[in-house]
Design a binder for this molecule. Structure first.
Ligand code: FAD
Ligand code: SIN
Length: 527
């Protein structure tokens, strides 16, 4: 085992992690880990853009209100205000880093997405995340104080329990991570550790999220003793491409923002006006449930999203990435509708943090999709997520820098112990359990829930937790095993949270508790 030490350790090289790194690096030595390539997180996949009040006539009050309405009142208003008010400055910093946002006349071009009462989304055509990731990564690579280390799969946080001489202080001192290339476990220590590990979308069979979205940071923080909140609030994006080969290609909400309409392919009827007066621009939970209802009622495989009534040049100009991708699959979106289905898209719940990105554990901070900051409440408003990464990445960095002198030095930490494990002789267990979890989460803990289905899921999770725990205790860790262990842990947190909420609110919709209670209360799980 090798061990490396820096001032601040950041686990995750997406928007949240790299923002934090760039805000710390002028004063501190920063190490950033990624579990694969640096650009394999959800950030690079973002299509629509970043929400900010920039349109004439738009106001912070309106963005705040839209965020609270989408979040069904479960949001923390003070946090919503903080994030919304910091958005224009965050956009300006990204421009300074070279992100080539689309322009119109003198200013930025703003597109529209569901739940927003104004044009508010700055974007780089339909591949915003790629441009953001590229700019942040380029700046981080150029900074002499930032060490970027890909292919390190974090296993567990190093805490007081791993100190050579147990202090009982409860601090987090870094992380143990397995090197994907060598299979060896390394120890990375630091006075401050920031989790920026993204979401847990791959807990579900169908998800727009990248392969690595297995809830690792949430599971690690939970095992180390931090609270998690609102894990039942899993967001389903209404319009994922329906294609038997390409399973997780998103069709951005901006397609609906720029005029796309949803049709039932059996009846040919435009159905969204029957469900909500905002029609296709209602918040995502409403559109996803409407599509789900149409599909279930008529036994459909998909519904149609159609923007072919708009001029072909306009469609190609706004959505070049999607246009090219679909054309490659034989669909010309300027002339024909796109088959779409809802798919898991975003993890609204996560590690509880405060306005400075502090978790419950001394020395541990978190930012981005792995957190529950209070911004999204029961449903995230479109394009508020990258924004959250920029605001909290910076907030955590500023807090660490301001309190640096009071942070204790890292004590001696025990090396990773592999003396009682052997190489696995039953890899099939991993594949079987991985598929099983994702399938029952989709069927039992999806868009529309019932207590009975949740209990069925809980019973399976219990069995699998024991089986995976046993396997983990006997065999050498591999990236797949680490992810499987986190997947079952995250599934457990989601189902426990869902069973706990006896109402329907935002993304959590259950036939057994269809009413929304008068008071919005967070689901907080305490380890
Ligand atoms: P990520 O960008 O997901 O990065 C996670 C990082 O953590 C990666 O570097 C990964 O390697 C690392 N990591 C994870 N686990 C480990 C581990 N065990 N060990 C080491 N490293 C680890 N949001 C918007 O606001 N606007 C949009 O237009 C938009 N479009 C989207 C489109 C798609 C298809 C998807 C999937 C999401 C979209 N989102 C959008 C959501 C948004 O992209 C994400 O919420 C956001 O990028 C998350 O950033 P992050 O920094 O928290 O995590
Ligand atoms: C999209 O482009 O539809 C995704 C936007 C988001 O997830 O915020």
């Amino acid at each position: 085992m090798t061990s490396a030490s820096s001032d601040v350790l950041i686990i995750g090289s997406g928007a949240a992690g790299l923002t934090a790194a760039l805000n710390l690096a002028d004063r501190f030595r920063v190490t950033v880990l990624a579990k694969g390539a640096l650009n394999e997180g959800a950030t690079a996949w973002a299509q629509g853009g970043v929400a900010a009040v920039l349109e004439e006539g738009d106001t912070f009050a309106s963005h705040i209100e839209d965020t609270m309405v989408a979040g069904a009142g479960l949001n923390d208003r003070a946090i919503v205000e903080m994030v919304v008010e910091r958005a224009p400055a965050a956009i300006a910093r990204l421009q300074a880093l070279g992100v080539p946002f689309a322009t119109e006349g003198e200013g930025l071009h703003l597109t529209r997405e569901g739940g927003h009462s104004h044009r508010r989304i700055v974007h780089v055509a339909d591949a915003t995340g790629w441009a953001v990731q590229e700019a942040l990564q380029k700046a981080a690579e150029a900074h002499p104080n930032i060490t970027l280390v890909p292919d390190q799969v974090a296993i567990d946080l190093a805490t007081s329990r791993h100190e050579e001489r147990y202090s009982g202080a409860g601090n987090v001192w870094g992380v143990y991570a397995v090197d994907r290339r060598t299979g060896r476990v390394n120890l990375f220590t630091a006075r401050a550790t920031i989790l920026a590990t993204g979401g847990a979308g791959r807990t579900y069979l169908f998800s727009t999220a990248p392969r690595g979205a297995t809830g690792d940071g949430i599971a690690m923080a939970w095992r180390a003793g931090a609270r998690v909140s609102n894990m039942e609030m899993m967001q389903f994006h209404p319009t994922c491409l329906y294609n038997l080969e390409v399973k997780n290609f998103l069709i951005t909400e901006a397609v609906r923002g720029e005029g796309g309409r949803l049709f039932n392919p059996l009846t040919g009827k435009r159905f969204m006006p029957d469900y909500d007066e905002r029609a296709e621009l209602a918040p995502r939970d409403i559109v996803a449930r409407a599509i789900d209802a149409e599909i279930k009622r008529d036994g459909l495989d998909y519904v149609h999203l159609d923007i072919s009534h708009m001029p072909a040049d306009f469609v190609r100009g706004h959505f070049p990435t999607i246009y090219d991708k679909l054309l490659g699959l034989g669909i010309d979106m300027t002339a024909a509708p796109i088959p779409v289905v809802p798919a898991q898209h975003y993890t609204c719940g996560g590690i509880v943090i405060d306005r400075d990105g502090r978790t419950d554990l001394p020395g541990l901070y978190a930012a981005g999709e792995c957190t529950e900051s209070g911004l999204h409440g029961a449903n995230r408003l479109a394009s508020n997520s990258l924004l959250e990464c920029f605001v909290f990445g910076e907030a955590a960095a500023n807090y660490i820098a301001a309190g640096w002198d009071a942070l204790p030095a890292v004590p001696a930490i025990r090396p990773w112990d592999e003396s009682r494990v052997t190489d696995s002789d039953e890899e099939v267990v991993i594949k079987q359990n991985w598929t099983e979890i994702r399938r029952f989460m989709w069927n039992y803990v999806g868009i529309v829930r019932t207590t009975k289905r949740l209990q069925r899921a809980a019973a399976r999770i219990k069995l699998l937790t024991d089986e995976i725990g046993d396997y983990y205790g006997h065999f050498r860790v591999t990236p797949d095993l680490i992810e499987l262990r986190n997947l079952v842990q995250t599934a457990d947190l989601i189902v426990r949270s869902a069973l706990h909420r006896h109402e329907s609110r935002g993304l959590h919709y259950t036939l057994d508790w269809p009413e929304t209670l008068p008071e919005a209360v967070d689901t907080v799980l305490v380890p």
